[in-house]
Design a protein around this ligand. Structure first.
Ligand code: CO8
Length: 258
């Protein structure tokens, strides 16, 4: 385990784990914490020995939002000039698959951080919400966009306009989370799921992530073109040859790039 000032990181085989570690503030996401998370994610991304990542908080709070106390007195000009929150755009560009393992509060920036990850596994006590409107602001880390794409306009609009919090079961039914698991087995489950991904070819997993993400950013026709380019690129890897040879030879694939 490596202790940073606001996060902890660990390596579990080929899985990189990032744990938010600011319990006294329910993991409120300060600017410094954002930079630590980005640096850790980039280090795992650049490491060929890491094939997937998990980001998690505590059983009480994944993250209760961006740090309200840090932002409260900021001016609009300061935010513009420092490009406040752009660190989160950089995190969304990390190419290694990332799972958010969410227990407890995932509010405001916490919900947005979970949605920046590639998918969410939620504990049964998870609570998702975009309560910014109660503070006189709106989501600022992509929440109005990612939540709407994840659960549709009706529910997203209701949550963003009222600040209503959604429990884990509703979040799964709405398509915000992939799966709900008991809080005590959340991390184990997320690490096991990440290990499955990390057992695949890393470049192929990156191409797959890029293809699914294209569905959020482009038209269907453009997305299909990107997918097609992605699969042609797979055929340039040794791992495609190995994966298909292993199938024919009725054995497990031994991917080179994992
Ligand atoms: N920021 C800073 N500190 C926080 C935050 C936060 N988001 N959330 C909790 N804390 C702190 C509390 O202030 C408290 O500290 P202290 O003991 O020093 O008073 C400590 O964490 C524990 O919190 P509570 O005592 O409130 O714990 P409860 O169990 O009673 O309540 C809640 C838990 C319901 C989660 C409550 O803490 C809460 O409502 N937190 C705020 C949730 C929220 O509004 N989040 C959205 C924040 S705004 C945002 O994320 C995006 C803003 C976009 C701006 C765009 C700019 C470009």
């Amino acid at each position: 385990m490596t202790q940073h000032s606001l996060i902890l990181t660990e390596q579990h085989g080929r899985v990189g784990l990032i744990m938010l570690n600011r319990p006294e503030a329910l993991n409120a996401l300060s600017d410094a914490m954002g930079h630590e998370i980005l640096a850790a994610a980039r280090a795992f991304d650049a490491d060929p020995g890491i094939g997937a990542m998990v980001i998690t908080g505590s059983s009480r709070a994944f993250a209760a939002g961006a740090d309200i106390k840090e932002m409260a007195e900021k001016s609009s000009v300061e935010m513009y000039q420092s490009n406040w929150f752009s660190v989160w755009d950089e995190l969304a560009r990390v190419r290694t698959p990332m799972i958010a393992a969410v227990a407890g509060h995932a509010l405001g920036g916490g919900c947005e951080l979970a949605m920046i990850a590639d998918f969410i596994i939620a504990a049964d006590n998870a609570k998702f919400g975009q309560p910014e409107i109660k503070l006189g602001v709106i989501p600022g880390m992509g929440g109005s966009q990612r939540l709407t794409r994840a659960i549709g306009k009706a529910k997203a609009m209701e949550m963003v306009l009222t600040g209503r919090v959604m429990g884990a079961v509703e979040a799964e039914q709405a398509g915000l989370v992939a799966r709900v698991v008991p809080v005590d087995s959340l991390l184990e489950d997320a690490l096991a799921t990440a290990a499955v991904i990390a057992g695949m070819s890393k470049p192929v997993a990156m191409i797959a992530k890029e293809a699914v993400n294209a569905a959020f950013e482009t038209t269907l026709a453009e997305g299909v073109v990107r997918e097609r380019r992605g699969i042609y690129a797979c055929f340039a890897t040794e791992d495609q040859k190995e994966g298909m040879a292993a199938f024919t030879e009725k054995r497990a694939a031994e991917f080179k790039h994992r």
